[in-house]
Design a protein around this ligand. Structure first.
Ligand code: ATP
Length: 263
């Protein structure tokens, strides 16, 4: 693919969950090295949008290309790391932190045993999320926020070129948020592209190149940066508007500043 080609391109994407049409024709793209935040109220379709990208929710209309390849022909899943919305998927599973993080290498090792490079990538990922000292512990012994950090480490262990994270900061305390912001900054400096579903921009604000706002399954054009103060964008917490304002101050470009290219 050409350097300028998006790593992710959803065009006129339509998707349903049960009887409900959740995405009603959205365009969303991420260029190489770009960090894009997907914002919007509860139920606006953010998680569904990222789940279409990783194939968990099928498109019923429109198209999806990953690294310039139509979704139906895309096989290079090792190029994509995904952190699901905070889940307890591994809870109850008798696995250690290291085992869960190592599973992030599966897309690279296939069925081969892990080599030195794989083990180093796992160790690095554990280190950056600050859980190296818990590597041998059962994931069931972790708090919710620590669990979230394990899922982030699992995605990082694959050394992906596109990192997709659905509310990665949910339940993660402020000092760990700062660690994750540093981690992400490092990944971006290495050329990793990032798509983040966020409610709070928080310490990630300076990293974000562009924000896309969803409302009722459609991308909303934002003509006024003050729009990010609208509680409808950030329904969870009072300080969301403040965080969004910080993002605008730190150079966040809105989705309609570059029409036709990115959004
Ligand atoms: N399994 C399902 N069956 C039917 N409808 C669903 C299902 N899961 C989600 N929905 C609906 O789809 C819509 C979009 O949900 P989605 O999780 O994508 O929103 P979101 O923007 O990520 O919300 P949140 O901020 O609360 O995480 C919501 O109205 C939700 O109720």
């Amino acid at each position: 693919m050409a350097a300028s080609e998006p790593v992710l391109s959803l065009r006129s994407a339509v998707a349903s969950l049960g009887p409900r049409t959740v995405l009603r024709g959205i365009d969303l793209s991420v260029s190489r090295g770009e960090v894009v935040a997907l914002l919007g109220a509860n139920g606006s379709g953010k998680s569904t949008a990222v789940r279409t990208v990783i194939g968990q929710v099928p498109l019923t209309g429109g198209s999806l290309e990953l690294f310039g390849t139509p979704f139906a022909r895309f096989r290079a899943w090792h190029r994509i790391g995904y952190v699901p919305q905070r889940s307890t998927a591994a809870a109850g599973v008798p696995a250690t932190v290291r085992e869960i993080v190592s599973s992030g290498r599966l897309s690279r090792t296939k069925l081969r045993p892990m080599g030195r490079g794989d083990r180093a990538a796992v160790a690095r990922a554990l280190e950056v999320v600050g859980l190296a000292h818990r590597a041998g512990d059962s994931v069931n012994a972790l708090s919710g926020g620590q669990h979230q950090r394990v899922l982030i480490a699992r995605a990082l262990a694959a050394e992906p070129e596109l990192l997709i994270m659905d509310e990665p900061l949910a339940g993660v305390d402020l000092s760990a948020q700062d660690i994750l912001a540093d981690t992400l900054r490092e990944q971006v400096a290495r050329g990793t592209s990032v798509l983040l579903v966020l409610h709070e921009l928080g310490p990630l604000a300076p990293l974000i190149d562009r924000a896309v706002l969803l409302r009722d399954g459609l991308v909303e054009r934002v003509t006024d940066p003050e729009r990010f103060h609208d509680p409808a964008c950030h329904p969870h917490h009072d300080h969301d508007a403040e965080a969004a304002a910080a993002a605008v101050r730190t150079g966040l470009s809105l989705s309609d500043t570059d029409p036709g290219t990115h959004v």
